[in-house]
Design a protein around this ligand. Structure first.
Ligand code: SF4
Length: 241
C-alpha cells in the first residue's frame, strides 16, 4: 500500500479519531481559565467538554433548554448530559424548564423553518439566561455546544451568543469552532462509546412536526422518541437531529 498524502480522507479520519487525536491546549479569548458552558444535549456537548477538559479550562455545564418538547424528551436529554458531566467531574447546573416562556417568546413563528427567526429567538432566550446566570456566578466567559452540529448556522448562533454576552460588562462569548479538526466526527465517536441517547429532532414541538413531515414526504417512518442510542442502533441521518 502506498503512502497516504496529507489530504487523503482515510488518513485524516484516523488522525482526528478520539484515539489518535492530539488535542491542542486551547487558550480562552479573554485569558480566563473558567467557562460557563450552555449545553443543549450530551452528544453535542461531549466533544466540547472533552476539549475543555484537555485544556484544563474549568467548565461549568448549564443545561437550559425549555425549547425541548415534550417534557420526557427534555428529561432524557438532560440525564444523559448529567451522566457525562459526572464522568468528567464537571459541575452541572440544571436550568429552569420554563416552557411556557419559550412558547410565548416564539409565538407567531410557529411555521418558520429551522435556522430562521424562530431559532434566533430560541437561541437568544437560552443564551440570555446563560449570560445572566454566568454573571451572577462570577464568570466572564460563556459559550454553547449548539454550534458543533453542522446542521446549525454557526453565524446565527455566534451572533446570539455575542448579543447575550454584551448584556454584561466584560463578558465574552467564545465563538470557537468546535466542528473543526474532526470535532464533528469525534462527537459521534464519543456518543457511540458512551451509548448516548440519540435524538431525532432538534427539540421543539415544531421541529418534531417538521421532521415528521420531511420523513413522511420521503416515505420514511416517523420519529421514534426515547428508543435509539448511539452505538446500539444505526446512526440516523444527522439532518434529523
Ligand atoms: S428548531 Fe431547534 S433551534 Fe429552532 S426553535 Fe426549534 S428547538 Fe429552537
Amino acid at each position: 500500500m502506498g503512502r497516504r498524502g496529507k489530504s487523503d480522507p482515510g488518513t485524516d479520519m484516523n488522525r482526528f479519531s478520539v484515539e489518535n487525536y492530539e488535542r491542542p491546549v486551547l487558550d480562552t479569548p479573554n485569558g480566563t481559565d473558567k467557562i460557563f458552558l450552555h449545553s443543549c444535549c450530551a452528544p453535542c456537548a461531549s466533544e466540547v467538554m472533552d476539549a475543555l477538559a484537555a485544556s484544563e479550562i474549568e467548565t461549568t455545564i448549564f443545561f437550559y433548554n425549555p425549547n425541548i418538547h415534550p417534557r420526557d424528551e427534555y428529561e432524557i436529554r438532560k440525564q444523559e448530559n448529567i451522566r457525562y458531566a459526572e464522568k468528567l467531574g464537571m459541575e452541572f447546573i440544571d436550568g429552569d424548564y420554563n416552557a411556557k416562556d419559550w412558547f410565548d417568546r416564539t409565538k407567531g413563528m410557529e411555521d418558520e423553518p429551522e435556522r430562521g427567526i424562530r431559532c434566533t429567538a430560541c437561541f437568544d432566550m437560552r443564551f440570555e439566561v446563560t449570560a445572566d446566570y454566568a454573571a451572577e456566578k462570577g464568570f466572564n466567559l460563556i459559550s454553547s455546544t449548539l454550534g458543533i452540529s453542522r446542521w446549525k448556522n454557526m453565524d446565527q448562533i455566534n451572533g446570539c451568543g455575542e448579543r447575550a454576552a454584551a448584556r454584561h460588562e466584560g463578558m465574552e462569548y467564545w465563538t470557537f469552532n468546535w466542528r473543526k479538526q474532526g470535532g464533528a466526527q469525534r462527537m459521534i465517536e464519543i456518543s457511540k462509546n458512551e451509548e448516548f441517547y440519540q435524538q431525532e429532532y432538534c427539540g421543539c414541538v415544531y421541529s418534531l412536526r417538521d421532521t415528521n413531515a420531511w420523513r413522511e414526504s420521503r416515505g420514511r417512518e416517523k420519529v421514534k422518541r426515547k428508543v435509539k442510542f448511539y452505538g446500539r442502533d444505526a446512526v440516523i441521518d444527522e439532518k434529523d437531529s
